[in-house]
Design a protein around this ligand. Structure first.
Ligand code: GLA
Length: 383
């Protein structure tokens, strides 16, 4: 068919105008607008409940994607010093591996983050027995901790992108007492901070320790080890542990030990001297100024190769510095990358491990009528 040249020009202009006006759904879905929250389906739980993935994008294009399963950080995309965006959080591209993984990639951890010795504690004269999921102890809340639960998400703001994840942890869940209502609000500020605000209340006395278990590699997830990253932790003391990673009860000075990270230290430097089986940092640091100054600067990490710089602020008294010692090359993550020992670090802001069995440690008891509130901030920049 031949068209009159004028008609053809009009048709071409119309097609061009239409193609400009019609958004390309695929492209939009991949790169949400700055200052926005989008949600999309992200599979189903083993009992068929839909899981959503919320993507928070700030005005600078920094992005975090969080699943309603475990309130889990799935992707965390930040620029390097050249402005190239990269994913700095280890994890999986689909939800299935999260059902069985024991690394706790990106997840919210509760009701009790870290270990409780022999899965027992006594509160107001009553002894509670928990599941032993990390023999001989309970780790990160038991068999089905907060990381393996479905959370309800609510968008609080598009800019700065803010989503509140909440749930009711019923009385007796994983044998912990009290109905606990909990919310964790994630905000991605326009100052490139990922802020987590925790709020919890109970109807019976309980113990509570909450954290976020994101594994960071500032060179990009799956791009080798973090042993060349530099770290500084603002702590003059730590809680030494026994062979089962349970605190001995002592609070020891870091001075003169390989645990001293008060001055900038390349992570690999003292790794062998720190020891452990497998070797590496897996220790709770007693923060110097937290929770006196709230939230205070707890730790800083710099990756000389990418130029990415991360600061951690918290109001919690401790931080677990963990160098991914248990990653053993058996997990295949996003983009087909295999995760090996020391391919990531975690900075888990927290109360001290096993505090329910150490009356001298800051208390983790939450009673009816009280509200637990806590803030942790991961701030990103480049140098
Ligand atoms: C925490 C613990 C580690 C390890 C990981 C999960 O960070 O401190 O010992 O159990 O969780 O693998």
């Amino acid at each position: 068919m031949t068209l009159h040249p004028r008609l053809r020009a009009i048709a071409t202009t119309a097609i061009l105008a239409l193609s400009l006006l019609t958004p390309m759904p695929k492209l939009l879905a991949q790169s949400p607008a700055p200052g926005s929250v989008t949600a999309k389906p992200f599979g189903k739980t083993t009992d068929g409940k839909p899981i959503q993935l919320y993507t928070l994008t700030n005005q600078n294009g920094m992005q975090v994607a969080i699943a309603t399963y475990g309130g889990t950080v799935i992707n965390l995309i930040t620029p390097d010093r050249a402005g190239h965006m990269g994913d700095v959080a280890l994890g999986f591209g689909t939800i299935q591996p999260y059902f069985t993984q024991t690394a706790y990639f990106g997840a919210l951890i509760g009701r009790y983050a870290n270990r409780i010795a022999k899965g027992r504690f006594t509160l107001d004269g009553k002894t509670y027995k928990l599941a032993i999921n990390n023999a001989p102890n309970t780790l990160h809340g038991g068999l089905k901790g907060f990381d393996k639960q479905l959370w309800t998400a609510e968008v609080l703001s598009q800019n700065p992108p803010t989503v509140r994840f909440s749930r009711l942890s019923p009385d007796g869940e994983e044998h912990f007492p009290g109905n606990l209502t909990i919310s964790v609000t994630y905000t991605l500020t326009n100052r490139d901070e990922l802020r987590l605000q925790y709020v919890a209340q109970t109807d019976k006395p309980t113990v509570l320790n909450l954290t976020s278990h994101t594994y960071f590699n500032l060179s990009g997830a799956g791009n080798g080890t973090i042993l060349n990253h530099q770290i500084r932790i603002h702590a003059s003391r730590f809680t030494p542990v026994d062979a089962n990673l349970i605190p001995t009860g002592k609070i020891q000075d870091v001075a003169g030990t390989p645990m001293d990270l008060r001055k900038w230290t390349t992570i690999g430097t003292n790794l062998q001297a720190v020891g452990g089986n497998p070797v590496g940092y897996d220790h709770n640091y007693v923060l110097d100024r937290c929770p006196v100054v709230r939230p205070c600067l707890a730790a800083e990490v710099y990756d000389p190769s990418s130029g990415r710089f991360m600061k951690v602020y918290t109001d919690q008294p401790g931080i677990q510095f963990y160098t991914g010692n248990f990653l053993d090359g058996t997990l295949k993550g996003k983009r087909g990358k295999i995760y090996h020992e020391h391919d990531a670090f975690c900075l888990e802001t927290q109360h001290f491990p096993d505090a329910p069995n150490h009356p001298a440690f800051p208390s983790t008891i939450l009673r009816p009528g009280e509200t637990f509130r806590s803030t942790t901030i991961y701030k990103f920049s480049t140098k």
